[in-house]
Design a protein around this ligand. Sequence first.
Ligand SMILES: C[S@@+](CC[C@H](N)C(=O)[O-])C[C@H]1O[C@@H](n2cnc3c(N)ncnc32)[C@H](O)[C@@H]1O
Length: 234
Amino acid sequence: MKRKDKHFEINNVLLQQKKKNMALVITADGSKTLYSEQFGEHYHSVFGAVNESQHIFIRAGLLAAAEQSTTMLNVLEIGFGAGWNAFLTLQQAPLLQRPVFYETLELFPVDFPTAQTICDNPFFLQLHTAEWNREVSISPDFILHKRQVDLLDARFSRLFDVIYFDAFSPEIQPEMWAFDIFSKLFAATRHNGVLTTYCAKGAVRRTMQAAGFKIERLPGPKGKREMLRGRKTD
Ligand SMILES: C[S@@+](CC[C@H](N)C(=O)[O-])C[C@H]1O[C@@H](n2cnc3c(N)ncnc32)[C@H](O)[C@@H]1O
């Protein structure tokens, strides 16, 4: 076996292990999420997975960005994960009266049987079965582009109105919250576009600021005092 093949095989085994080490968790609002034993962290707040997604990414992110433009809304998500942010955006799309282009990055996709245990809505499952690494039309007003790529290596070919920054926490994955990453995301943000995240740590706020975002500290969802929203104003 060539060295490169061996390396690929080891990586593949590690990926399979990461995928398997998941536990299903019912959160306080009745919606389900996952706990990753590999990363030692929940995919969402245990105070309510859907409630958290609605608060941070839909209301503070998508709807704020929709006020700034009347054309197609370009959304970028960091971490497709269980698919809740994508599903809630899909549900919101008809009300926005313009199409949504939804690009999402995920290095360790959840497998289909696991997705079925989270939510059995056919549209939720359609997001999971959609092919990776190509643009797929899910509805007349929602195009999905799931990219199986490492955020650290990702390059972007469009500007985004809103970025849902939903990585695991800085304690678990500090490399995802680094200055170079926020600079790359700032460059991929449209003028007046926003980036929202559940994290309100001072160090993260300062890194986002240094990358160019103008920061607002907003009230967080249930169980969290604050969240952050960065805006590209220049
Ligand atoms: C908090 S979860 C995302 C939850 C998701 N947004 C949802 O609505 O269900 C973080 C996700 O980031 C993914 N991830 C971890 N490292 C990554 C990397 N280097 N590049 C891209 N995604 C990564 C994890 O596999 C996980 O699915």
